[in-house]
Design a protein around this ligand. Structure first.
Ligand code: GLN
Length: 209
């Protein structure tokens, strides 16, 4: 497998910007429009957009099976915003998701008044503060103990990792910073072929009602 090649799911959303960021960190990036295109990739980025629209577009092909298999076989999956929603275990309001990240996530959770905003994310794992662009952003309501918080906005987790799954509720691809893409690319290079870790059912924090 060419682990240095990453894919960007190119069904909807800011996939061009992600591909450009990967190329800037010296990684080959391919736009992925078919399940069969996942072959040979070390990692896949699922971009932001609108998760319900993305789900509709994914109905044409067995994407859920294909992405779960990709993960099982050692591929890294990263998601930003709508991508993070798709990766999570439980979505509020309820909608189908891959369930590869043990998190409860709520869509559009910052309310209409603060539809979009920019704020620094404190992310020591990425080398310090990164610029965060939040657009109709979701919010993690609960994280299982296996999930590591890599970045926070105030107290709030906004960048998390569980094994080979990385999820951000903001849009790193819309800023000039490359730390997020470098991190994902490094992960795709170093964890290739790793086996899935067992997942538990115990929530770290109870979801708020
Ligand atoms: N609000 C979108 C959703 O629920 C996500 C927004 C985004 O990806 N910028 O899918």
């Amino acid at each position: 497998m060419a682990a240095q090649t990453v894919g960007v799911l190119a069904l909807q959303g800011a996939f061009d910007a992600h591909a450009a960021s990967f190329r800037e960190v010296g990684v080959k990036a391919r736009q992925i429009r078919r399940v069969a295109d996942l072959d040979g990739l070390g990692g896949l980025m699922i971009p932001g957009g609108e998760s319900s629209t993305l789900l509709n577009l994914m109905a044409d092909e067995p994407w859920f099976d294909g992405l779960r298999r990709f993960h099982d076989q050692g591929g890294v999956l990263a998601g930003t915003c709508a991508g993070a929603i798709l990766l999570s275990r439980e979505v509020r309001p309820q909608q189908p998701s891959l369930g590869l990240l043990d998190a409860v996530i709520e869509r559009n959770a910052f309310g209409r008044q603060v539809d979009s905003f920019e704020a620094p994310v404190d992310a020591p794992a990425l080398g310090g503060a990164v610029e965060g662009v939040f657009i109709r952003a979701p919010r993690f309501q609960a994280l299982w103990p296996e999930v590591d918080v890599l970045g926070r906005l105030g107290d709030e987790p906004v960048l998390v990792r569980q094994g080979r799954v990385v999820a951000a509720t903001f849009h790193p691809e819309l800023t000039r910073g490359l730390a997020f893409h470098r991190y994902v690319a490094d992960l795709a290079r170093t964890t290739q072929g790793a086996r899935s870790t067992p997942r538990s059912n115990r929530p770290r924090t109870q979801p708020t009602p």
